[in-house]
Ligand binder design. Structure first.
Ligand SMILES: *[C@@H]1O[C@H](CO)[C@@H](O)[C@H](O)[C@H]1NC(C)=O
Ligand SMILES: *[C@@H]1O[C@H](CO)[C@@H](O)[C@H](O)[C@H]1NC(C)=O
Ligand SMILES: *[C@@H]1O[C@H](CO)[C@@H](O)[C@H](O)[C@H]1NC(C)=O
Ligand SMILES: *[C@@H]1O[C@H](CO)[C@@H](O)[C@H](O)[C@H]1NC(C)=O
Ligand SMILES: *[C@@H]1O[C@H](CO)[C@@H](O)[C@H](O)[C@H]1NC(C)=O
Ligand SMILES: *[C@@H]1O[C@H](CO)[C@@H](O)[C@H](O)[C@H]1NC(C)=O
Ligand SMILES: *[C@@H]1O[C@H](CO)[C@@H](O)[C@H](O)[C@H]1NC(C)=O
Ligand SMILES: *[C@@H]1O[C@H](CO)[C@@H](O)[C@H](O)[C@H]1NC(C)=O
Ligand SMILES: *[C@@H]1O[C@H](CO)[C@@H](O)[C@H](O)[C@H]1NC(C)=O
Length: 569
């Protein structure tokens, strides 16, 4: 009985000094050595701001002064533990001597101007926990060796010019929680072995030149919260097993060559707030299971080959703020329930084959900012609720079959910047008040069945730059001050029934570049004051009933390239 106890005591007493020796060994031999390592590192650096001015050899190394140097932090044994050289405008070389700092737990070189390569082997840091070399211009291959740092939790090398394969040996550093290798020129495929990093929360590989398929093994990363691997050239299908990444909040697979159908299993991701699948070759239908993604805020499936109807289940996504389905092959109606989405801000549906009306209450329960449903086959009246949230800036509905009036409410929608509703079947008059909208820049109503007059308040605008009212049935005369809008660049009202003369009110039109009033019933002469519009490039007055000569001043305008007055009699 006694023997084992004494053995135990023996080994306890004798292992104590041994383990101390082990710590100080790992902690770097001596302060001397670390000081010389730091000075060697400094001598490789270009330091235009003299940020490391206090890195000077001390009189007596036993002072441990280096622990107080800018960016240097020591542990309780006086060994360098942190090296934070971030944001110092440094460039030059990272000397191999950095490996002599054996106790390093944090190395931060972020946000400098390095354009060299990292030391070939960054191995041997048995205590290294965090490495940040992001936001530089490091070149060459990413060094191997970090995989043997068992304590490593963070590797951030984003925003550099690394080439070659991704560092596969990182898959041996099983404590890793963050790998950020976004924004370089890494090539080859994503190592399947990364799937063994069970603590990984963040994997960012986007914006490189990665090819090949997405390894299904990534679906074993059960701690993963953010997976950002878009903006590469990845191919093949999205692994259905990604539906098992139950901690996933952010999934970015945008911009690549992914094809096949979108797996319905993704609908199991209860925590998912962001799903970016845009600009791939995805086919099939949008899974109705997406209606189960109750945390979803951003859904972007645009620029794919997705077909079929928009699942009405998407209207269950009460947190949705952005829904982008543009440039696909969707058909059928816009789900009525979209009108009740309480947070919807951006709805992009353009360039599909959608039919039927927009939900009559769209914009009533949310603060809609952007609506683009152009180039579909939508019909019915334009909902009067679109600006109820007082935040609508972009209303783009051109190339559809919308009919009925322009909603009167739009003329008090002070947030509006763009109204583009050309090529529909809108009728009735242009509501008054649009000219008083302080931010309105584009007003495009061409190719409709609008009648009545051009509202006089348009002349009061201080923001309009592009106005196209062509191809309607507008009557009466052109408001007299309309060409005094200080920001106006292009005014088109051809193919209407406008009468009277062109207002001689061009005193000061510094920006007007194009004026098209052709094919109306305008009379009188070309006002000489038009010559004050020195920027005019294109002037089309043909197909009217105007008389007289082209004033010499106009014929000599410096920028004028196209002057069409053919039928002036
Ligand atoms: C580090 O600097 C501080 C003041 O900046 C000083 O109080 C301290 O004694 C210094 N420590 C060492 C080890 O030089
Ligand atoms: C330091 O870097 C910043 C950002 O890169 C740059 O704007 C600034 O001009 C640099 N300063 C010097 C003195 O080089
Ligand atoms: C990595 O560094 C960049 C730039 O320094 C930073 O913007 C980014 O958030 C970091 N990545 C992670 C995952 O923290
Ligand atoms: C991981 O470590 C093992 C054992 O040290 C080694 O054989 C293997 O090559 C390493 N894996 C990678 C991807 O480097
Ligand atoms: C990497 O991708 C960029 C942009 O996507 C491209 O310009 C470059 O040619 C690619 N480089 C290689 C080596 O494929
Ligand atoms: C997910 O959606 C499908 C189809 O919409 C539905 O049948 C199923 O019950 C939903 N599952 C969960 C967990 O909500
Ligand atoms: C419309 O979408 C189709 C199919 O996705 C695409 O090929 C086409 O380029 C898009 N058109 C425009 C004008 O973007
Ligand atoms: C309106 O939009 C702006 C951003 O464009 C946003 O900051 C603001 O919160 C929005 N207002 C409402 C009521 O949603
Ligand atoms: C607009 O057209 C609709 C038919 O689409 C018609 O019922 C309505 O009377 C028209 N309104 C006006 C003002 O012409």
């Amino acid at each position: 009985m006694q023997q084992p106890i004494s053995l135990l005591l023996f080994s306890f007493f004798f292992s104590l000094p041994l383990s101390c020796a082990a710590i100080s060994g790992a902690a770097g031999a001596t302060a001397d050595d670390e000081i010389s390592a730091l000075l060697a590192i400094k001598s490789g650096l270009v330091d235009p701001l003299d940020a490391l001015g206090d890195w000077r050899s001390p009189a007596d190394p036993r002072d441990s002064m280096h622990c107080n140097w800018t960016g240097v932090g020591c542990n309780s044994f006086g060994s360098v533990e942190n090296l934070d050289l971030s944001h110092m405008n440094l460039s030059g070389l990272i000397a191999d001597d950095i490996q002599r700092l054996r106790s390093l737990t944090t190395l931060n070189l972020c946000c400098n101007a390095f354009s060299s390569s990292l030391p070939k082997s960054l191995s041997g840091f048995s205590l290294l926990g965090e490495l940040d070399v992001s936001a530089n211009a490091f070149v060459g291959q990413f060094p191997t060796g970090l995989g043997s740092s068992p304590a490593l939790t963070i590797v951030n090398a984003s925003g550099n010019n690394f080439v070659g394969p991704l560092p596969e040996d990182l898959s041996n550093a099983t404590s890793l929680e963050i790998i950020d290798l976004r924004g370089s020129f890494f090539q080859g495929s994503i190592p399947a072995s990364y799937g063994s990093l069970r603590k990984l929360k963040f994997l960012g590989l986007s914006g490189n030149n990665l090819t090949g398929k997405i390894p299904v093994e990534l679906s074993e990363l059960t701690s993963l919260e953010k997976l950002i691997i878009g903006y590469n050239e990845l191919q093949g299908s999205i692994p259905a097993e990604f539906g098992n990444l139950f901690n996933l909040r952010y999934l970015d697979l945008a911009v690549g060559n992914l094809d096949d159908a979108i797996p319905p299993e993704l609908g199991k991701l209860q925590q998912l707030t962001t799903l970016y699948l845009y600009k791939n070759d995805l086919e099939g239908e949008i899974p109705k299971e997406f209606g189960n993604l109750s945390a979803l805020v951003m859904l972007d499936v645009s620029d794919n080959q997705v077909s079929g109807p928009i699942p009405p289940e998407l209207a269950q996504l009460k947190n949705l703020r952005l829904l982008n389905l543009m440039c696909n092959r969707l058909k059928g109606p816009v789900p009525l329930g979209f009108g009740d989405l309480p947070r919807l801000e951006v709805l992009e549906l353009w360039n599909n084959s959608l039919t039927g009306p927009l939900p009559a209450n769209l914009g009533r329960s949310s603060s809609l900012q952007w609506l683009d449903a152009s180039s579909n086959s939508l019909s019915g009246e334009i909902p009067s609720s679109l600006c109820d949230g007082r935040n609508l800036t972009k209303l783009i509905l051109f190339n559809n079959a919308f009919s009925g009036p322009i909603p009167v409410g739009l003329s008090t929608c002070i947030s509006l910047v763009r109204v583009r509703m050309q090529n529909n079947r809108l009728n009735g008059t242009i509501p008054g008040g649009l000219g008083k909208l302080p931010k309105l820049q584009r007003l495009e109503l061409a190719g409709n069945d609008l009648e009545g007059e051009i509202p006089g308040d348009i002349s009061l605008s201080t923001s309009l730059s592009f106005v196209d009212l062509s191809h309607n049935h507008l009557q009466l005369s052109i408001p007299s001050n309309i060409f005094s809008i200080p920001t106006l660049q292009s005014f088109m009202a051809s193919d209407n029934l406008l009468v009277g003369g062109i207002p001689d009110q061009f005193q000061d039109c510094p920006t007007l570049a194009a004026l098209d009033l052709s094919n109306n019933r305008l009379t009188g002469g070309i006002p000489a004051s038009l010559a004050s519009c020195q920027r005019i490039v294109s002037l089309d007055l043909h197909g009217n009933r105007m008389t007289g000569q082209i004033p010499v001043a106009i014929a000599m305008m410096p920028a004028l390239a196209i002057l069409t007055c053919r039928t002036i009699s």
